[in-house]
Design a protein around this ligand. Sequence first.
Ligand SMILES: Nc1nc2c(ncn2[C@@H]2O[C@H](COP(=O)(O)OP(=O)(O)OP(=O)(O)O)[C@@H](O)[C@H]2O)c(=O)[nH]1
Ligand SMILES: [Mg+2]
Length: 303
Amino acid sequence: MFGFFKDKFNNLKETVSNTAQALVGNVVDAAGQEEEFSDFVLDDMEDTLISADLGVNYASELVDNLRGQTRIKPAQVKEYFRTEFLETLKNAGSNILNYEEGLNIYFITGVNGAGKTTLIGKLAYKFKNEGKKVLIACGDTFRAAAEEQLDIWSKRAGADIVRRDKADPASVVYEAIEKAQKDKYDILLVDTAGRLQNKFNLMEELKKIKSVIDKKAPEALRECILVLDANTGQNGLQQAKVFTEAVNLTSVALTKLDGSAKGAIVIAVARDMKLPVKLVGVGEKMEDLREFNSEEFIEALFE
Ligand SMILES: Nc1nc2c(ncn2[C@@H]2O[C@H](COP(=O)(O)OP(=O)(O)OP(=O)(O)O)[C@@H](O)[C@H]2O)c(=O)[nH]1
Ligand SMILES: [Mg+2]
């Protein structure tokens, strides 16, 4: 049976347990049993938030709100952070992956090794299980074996693929869109390279592919997803900035959350980039994909 949501909450709790310790556990420990917040306690708390990868500015802001006030006591610190984090996540927008009748194009970007190709395999599997007609475009023609890897995923998921070895990625995507429109596919997943000769070339190539999608399929629903490895921490935020300047991202997929202690990057991305996380990778297998939900994530962290 397809277990996309099976025992979702317990799995999620386990998946985020390292992040929960790094973020919530250590913050509560930092607050200690004091009656009021001392500077010493607050500085310790700020360091804890920064090492959990929440970002320096946000960490300082949250801690500064607690300075010189008496309304929130150290004993209530957990509730304070729970409310703050949930609000930040909600302000970044809906977690629901957009989908509508007709063609839906998911353009998948991110640095090398982030988990783009694996995410495409997982998404293909998810959509096939929902009875959708799924096509994959191999827009990574740079790395040797990239097309082979995508071919294996497409077969596993039972999805169709357009690959033209070593061709220009934008032309492969052009051809895939034509096929998707002609043969009435519901889903087109576009894989891209994570590394070219340099970052400039990579961004130029992504812009070119994006412009082919926008021009050739203006009527299609288009999501531009940045794949972030949870373990990259604050570095991930820098990546998000570069990509969003190039291709105007609509959402983030956070991969390798399994085992990561740096899941707080979800909150940092939501706050600094105003980008919602919509998908979470929790392992290397085809079923290891979860739809992100802010309430569930916060509940699993703060339980
Ligand atoms: N534990 C874990 N591993 C993952 C997850 N997603 C991807 N991986 C692993 O990360 C590695 C890189 O994944 P790819 O999907 O090839 O990454 P990519 O972004 O396509 O890489 P390039 O094509 O080189 O840019 C592989 O070994 C995957 O099995 C995840 O959610 N959890
Ligand atoms: Mg890849």
